[in-house]
Design a protein around this ligand. Sequence first.
Ligand SMILES: Nc1ncnc2c1ncn2[C@@H]1O[C@H](COP(=O)(O)OP(=O)(O)OP(=O)(O)O)[C@@H](O)[C@H]1O
Ligand SMILES: [Mg+2]
Length: 238
Amino acid sequence: MKNVLEAKNVSMWFGGLQALNNVSITIKEHEIVGLIGPNGAGKTTLLNCITGFYKPLKGKVFYKGMEVTGLKPHKICKMGLTKTFQIIRAFKSLSVLDNVLIGALLRSSKMDEALSISREAIEKVGLRGKEEMTAGNLTPADQRSLELARALATKPDVLLLDEIAAGLNPVEVSGLVETLREINREGLTLIIVEHVMQAIMPIAKKIVVLHGGRKIAEGPPEEIKRNERVIEAYFGEE
Ligand SMILES: Nc1ncnc2c1ncn2[C@@H]1O[C@H](COP(=O)(O)OP(=O)(O)OP(=O)(O)O)[C@@H](O)[C@H]1O
Ligand SMILES: [Mg+2]
């Protein structure tokens, strides 16, 4: 399979703090890759460097063979590479449909087309029937689904998910896993940042582990679970 996304030797600093240290990852088309690591490991920073929200101070990002390092997020999104936000960013006073429509309008400027893209995304994440509800009145689980629908409405080929299972109960997590399986079957490549292991271990073929801004391991889930550097990173410091 072809490589769809590559980050090469990406480094990022915030003032004197190095958040990413020479991180390289390669993602193949239609893959599901998990990105894990303790708090502050650099996961969100890496997603932001890939999707243009930050410009890495060193290193390069390639999407479908084109260099996208430092391009604006909306440009990168239009090319089919987008992310959800760890902190929910829906417009609380707008309806579910209008929130999703904002994403869809990036893809299509025709209103009827954007509406049908939106309805499809809403259906896919299980929010059908809640189109007219105000986003701020949704349950936390439904707000996560809305965040996913907004990203799907931009019609990405590669979707980066930042902790969308946070705060969900086990039943909600398995519902979400099913949705992710389904959208992956339809052709999307997924990179999933998650602390909730049940949300990624069953679906990711490959796990990448960050710790202190460095990539410390990469491999299939069964291997990662037994990896000593990974166990050390999570439990070794207490
Ligand atoms: N905008 C910023 N300004 C300054 N420091 C930042 C900024 N964003 C992240 N950092 C720092 O960079 C490091 C990596 O943060 P990042 O948010 O990428 O970690 P993470 O792996 O996503 O953690 P978490 O699991 O808590 O979400 C941390 O030390 C964090 O405090
Ligand atoms: Mg984060």
